[in-house]
Design a protein around this ligand. Structure first.
Ligand SMILES: Nc1nc2c(ncn2[C@@H]2O[C@H](COP(=O)(O)OP(=O)(O)OP(=O)(O)O)[C@@H](O)[C@H]2O)c(=O)[nH]1
Length: 349
C-alpha cells in the first residue's frame, strides 16, 4: 500500500519550501507529488519542477470543495502510468494543498474511493505553521486551526528568523489546539523527512512507536511543567473553542458496540470532532485495537502486536470544536451500559 501524505498549512507558511527540500533527499526521490493551487499561475509547480519531474499540478482549483474527483482521477492516473512504465515507480504520494484548504475532505477523498483504497492508504498529514505570522494568522483566519487539529506532524517554520519568545508563544498555542501531535521546528532546510513522512500509523513496522508517541503526549502533554490545558485560549484575544480530552475506561469493551456508537457519533457530530485517536482493550482480542479518524472518516481499525505498557485501559483522545466533552462521555457511557458490556468511562485530566 502506497502512503498518501498531505502537506497542509496556511498561505506562505512554508509548504513548498518543505517539499522542495524533501525532494532533494535521495531517499525521497521516489515520491509522486500532487500540487493543488488556486489561480492561473502555477508558481509552486514551477519551483518544484526545477528539482523533480514527477510533480503533477492539479489545475482545476481547490481540492477541498469542488473537485475532489480530480484528486481521485489524478491518483488513479499516477497509478496507471507507473503500472504501464510511463513514469518511474513511486513509493509515496505527497499532496500539497492550497493554504486555505481544509485537509479533512482530502483525507476522506482518498479513504472513500474503492479503486484507490486497493493500492493507497493515508499517510501523515503534515501541517506547516508560520513561525513569524502564525499567531496573527490563527487570530484572523479559521483555516489554520483546523489544519493544526487534523495534523499528524506539525512543523513550525522560519525558526531562523522568528523571535524566540514569539516562537514559544506560538508553540504553546499550537500545542493547546492539538496536544497529541508531535511538533518540530524548521529553518527552511535540513528537514527530518523520516519523522515527517516516513513514520506513520499505517506502517505496521512503525505503528507501536507512533501509538506510544501520542499516548505519552495525550497523558503528559508536550512538557510536564506546562500542561496543555493551561494554555488553552490563552491571551491572543481569540477564543477558539477547540478542546482536547481523553476518555479512559478501565474494563474491556465490546468492539461491535463501540463501533456502532462511534459511527453514530461521527454521523451526527463529525464536523465537530476534528480528530479522534484511541487504543482499545476489546473483548474480542487480547492485543489492543487502535482507532483513528478525521471528522466523518474513521480509518479501518489497526491491531497492535502488543500493549505499549502495563496499562490495559482503553483510552480515546478527542480533539473537538463546539461540542462538550461531557456530552460525549455521557453518551458513550450510556451506550455501553445499555449494551451491558462495560463499565462507565471516566475522564482523565
Ligand atoms: N527564513 C525562512 N524563510 C522561510 C522558511 N520557510 C519558508 N520560508 C520563506 O517563506 C516564503 C513562503 O514559503 P513557501 O514555501 O512558498 O510557502 P507556501 O506555504 O508554499 O506558500 P503558498 O503556496 O502561498 O501557500 C518563501 O519566501 C520562503 O522562502 C524558513 O524556515 N525560514
Amino acid at each position: 500500500m502506497i502512503p498518501v501524505n498531505v502537506v497542509t498549512g496556511f498561505l506562505g507558511s512554508g509548504k513548498t519550501t518543505l517539499l522542495r527540500e524533501i525532494l532533494r533527499d535521495p531517499a525521497f526521490s521516489d515520491s509522486a507529488v500532487i500540487v493543488n493551487e488556486f489561480g492561473e499561475v502555477g508558481l509552486d509547480h514551477m519551483l518544484l519542477e526545477e528539482v523533480e519531474e514527477g510533480v503533477l499540478l492539479l489545475e482545476s482549483g481547490c481540492i477541498c470543495c469542488t473537485v475532489r474527483s480530480d484528486l481521485q482521477d489524478t491518483i488513479r492516473d499516477l497509478h496507471d502510468k507507473a503500472a504501464r512504465g510511463a513514469i518511474p515507480p513511486f513509493k509515496r504520494v505527497i499532496v500539497e494543498t492550497t493554504g486555505v484548504a481544509d485537509p479533512a475532505p482530502i483525507v476522506s477523498t482518498i479513504a472513500a474511493e474503492p479503486v484507490i483504497r486497493q493500492h493507497f492508504r493515508i499517510g501523515n498529514v503534515v501541517c506547516t505553521v508560520d513561525g513569524m505570522n502564525g499567531l496573527a494568522t490563527l487570530a484572523a483566519h479559521p483555516e489554520p486551526e483546523k489544519q493544526i487539529a487534523v495534523a499528524d506532524r506539525i512543523l513550525v517554520t522560519k525558526a531562523d528568523i522568528a523571535e524566540p519568545a514569539a516562537l514559544a508563544a506560538l508553540e504553546a498555542r499550537v500545542q493547546a489546539l492539538n496536544p497529541v501531535t508531535p511538533l518540530a521546528r524548521s529553518t527552511g532546510q535540513g528537514f527530518d523527512a523520516d519523522f515527517l513522512f516516513g513514520a506513520d500509523l499505517g506502517d505496521a513496522a512503525r505503528r507501536d512507536d507512533e501509538v506510544n508517541r501520542w499516548l505519552a503526549l495525550a497523558e503528559h502533554g508536550h512538557d510536564d511543567h506546562h500542561h496543555h490545558h493551561h494554555d488553552h485560549a490563552h491571551g491572543h484575544g481569540h477564543t477558539s473553542g477547540t478542546t482536547t480530552f481523553v476518555l479512559r475506561f478501565p474494563e474491556r469493551i465490546d468492539w461491535t458496540a463501540f463501533g456502532v456508537w462511534l459511527t453514530a457519533l461521527l454521523h451526527a457530530h463529525g464536523e465537530k470532532i476534528l480528530r479522534v485517536k484511541g487504543i482499545l482493550n476489546v473483548l474480542e482480542s487480547d492485543t489492543p485495537v487502535v482507532i483513528h479518524g478525521v471528522q466523518h472518516v474513521v480509518h479501518p481499525p489497526l491491531h497492535l502486536a502488543r500493549w505499549p505498557d502495563d496499562d490495559r485501559s482503553s483510552r480515546i483522545v478527542f480533539i473537538a470544536r463546539g461540542v462538550e466533552a461531557d456530552l460525549i462521555r455521557r453518551s458513550l457511557s450510556a451506550y455501553l451500559i445499555a449494551t451491558s458490556k462495560s463499565a462507565r468511562p471516566d475522564p482523565v485530566a
